[in-house]
Design a protein around this ligand. Sequence first.
Ligand code: ACO
Length: 325
Amino acid sequence: MSVIRSIVTGSGSYLPERILTNDDLAKMVDTSDEWIVQRTGIKQRHIAAEGQVTSDLALEAAKGALASAGLEASDIDTIILATATPDNTFPASAVTVQAKLGITHGCAFDVHAVCSGFVYALTTADAYIRAGIAKKCLVIGAETFSRLLDWEDRTTCVLFGDGAGAVVLEAAEGEGLNSDRGILTSHLRSDGRHKEKLFVDGGPSATQTVGHLRMEGREVFKHAVGMITDVIEDAYKATGLSSDDLNWFIPHQANKRIIDASAKKLGIAPEKVVTTVHLHGNTSAASIPLALDTAVKDGRVKRNDLVMLEAMGGGFTWGSVLLRV
Ligand code: ACO
């Protein structure tokens, strides 16, 4: 049976030049490299330069993805940008990226699901492609979380960083089999009862300010592994595949302990796990495409590899995408 599949044909990523190490942070708040590494695996994070906004980071990642797909910007008909840190409350930063790429046709919009933003955006782009609405999509995750942090709160400011990652998703024909290239299945979830555990205490409607990120870290940790493993098991049920069939597990890069515990619970071998959190901290919606692009560029992820993406974040929102590259 012939079906439409959404294939990843290119990837790109971008990290701002300025690096803030754990030792740098120890000069700002009462923390240490040892504490941060032991609890999170994070060694450093990148911080956007003054005046550098989310759409600037997204643009660099998008250019990289277009180049690796061998496409011109004008080939793209849809841009979906996952971000919780848009340049402005409106317009959508995706539209600014569209303008910076010189595209005046098609559509562009943002998706807001915080750390799960990239799996939500990828699932949305896949649905657009399979419905025949889009043919060539840029799916981007980009964040400037440094602008949301309370730099006096050691329980949160050590965890996050800025960055962007992008993929090109193109329509292609498949046979409806697990051996097809492209997105095989996606599973999205949310549960708004958990809002107070991870949120920003400002916003245009509530306070007319941007606000700062607030988190009950232990509570987030407690829910993360169960939620992540649930949506991955949903992907296995939908396809009949299992952890043994995966070539790579590319999780949201929030915390090495969450990544390791999830992989262990799912029986995914440690050598199949792509981890980049030590290099850039939690970059929210940017973290999965950043890790994916890293593993493509260093030669680990190859064409036809089976890759599981997953994320969990504020809301709570969570989700998985299983794809053959
Ligand atoms: N440096 C030194 N000490 C610290 C720091 C710090 N940066 N932050 C907290 N502490 C102290 C606390 O004050 C506490 O001290 P006390 O015992 O004297 O009160 C002690 O360390 C232990 O604090 P806990 O919060 O219990 O530490 P925990 O082991 O839970 O680790 C952490 C905290 C790393 C935030 C952990 O809970 C976690 O990873 N949670 C998940 C959060 C997360 O990843 N969120 C990202 C967004 S959601 C997502 O992407 C999945």
